[in-house]
Design a protein around this ligand. Structure first.
Ligand code: NDP
Length: 231
């Protein structure tokens, strides 16, 4: 399969790119800054099926130009993984919240996936083996609100709604659409205390993309192991 992954240079995006390449997929690795840490994506022969793609999800021209490049070089893709994300204003209470940071959070976590789907959907193969995966978070679960992370949590709730709407729109085209909670994993965002390993999460996500994982039916918001998450 040919799979687009945003935020592919570190964290979960890097693990997804490496696991995908090891499984024999062609990975289109969206990276916003080529000066920064792309060597992990190209350092080994195993990863020769990873193609780097300049892609800043906050910049519609960048997204559109990436889609044109993919269209000209390959024509179609089989899956989109909207992975790029930011966690800003952590631990800030509402009284101290910087609204520019809230907007910046939405720009990456919510508008980013919308821009990507807008420009890449026409390249997505139709059929039950194609997917759109939006990497969400349990923080976006309305029923588990915990009185914090206003920007991040709200952006993921909005992302879940986008997933729901999109799922209805592409249902007739047999495209699988999910919001996936990746677990609390060891990355720059998750921190060192996180119990989860991004490679384990990446393998679970590929099982879902490849149609191998068991998915509890009826919900677009699931864990990387296919279990239903409360919206
Ligand atoms: P990291 O902070 O480790 O990595 C974030 C990635 O997103 C980086 O590659 C970063 O690129 C990229 N990114 C940020 N802004 C943009 C942008 N404008 N355009 C393109 N790429 C961008 O985070 P994780 O790997 O931990 O998180 C991946 C996803 O998983 C996120 O959506 C996050 O919300 C979600 N998640 C993570 C959890 C965890 O425990 N880690 C828990 C729940 C959800 P750059 O290097 O250029 O900054």
């Amino acid at each position: 399969m040919r799979i687009l992954i945003t935020g592919a240079n570190r964290g979960l995006g890097l693990a997804l790119s490496q696991v995908g390449a090891e499984k024999g997929h062609h990975i289109l690795a969206g990276v916003r800054d080529f000066q920064k840490s792309t060597e992990n994506l190209t350092q080994s022969e195993i990863y020769k099926s990873i193609s780097l793609l300049p892609l800043d999800v906050t910049d519609e021209e960048s997204v559109s130009s990436a889609a044109n490049t993919v269209n000209e070089n390959y024509g179609t893709i089989d899956a989109i993984i909207n992975n790029a994300g930011v966690l800003l204003e952590r631990d800030k209470q509402i009284e101290d919240l910087d609204l520019d940071q809230v907007k910046a959070t939405f720009d990456v976590n919510f508008f980013g996936p919308i821009r990507v789907v807008k420009h890449f959907l026409p390249l997505l193969m139709m059929g039950d083996r194609s997917s759109i995966i939006n990497i969400s978070s349990e923080a976006g679960s309305m029923s588990n609100a915990y009185g914090g992370d206003y920007a991040y949590a709200s952006s993921k709730t909005a992302l879940n709604m986008f997933t729901q709407q999109l799922n209805q729109y592409v249902k007739s085209k047999n495209i699988n659409v999910y919001s996936i909670h990746p677990g609390w994993i060891k990355t720059d965002m998750g921190g060192d205390r996180a119990p989860g390993n991004p490679v384990v999460t990446a393998k679970g996500i590929f099982d879902i993309i490849e149609g191998k994982g068991e998915i509890e039916s009826g919900n677009v918001f699931i864990t990387y192991e296919g279990q239903s998450m409360p919206l």
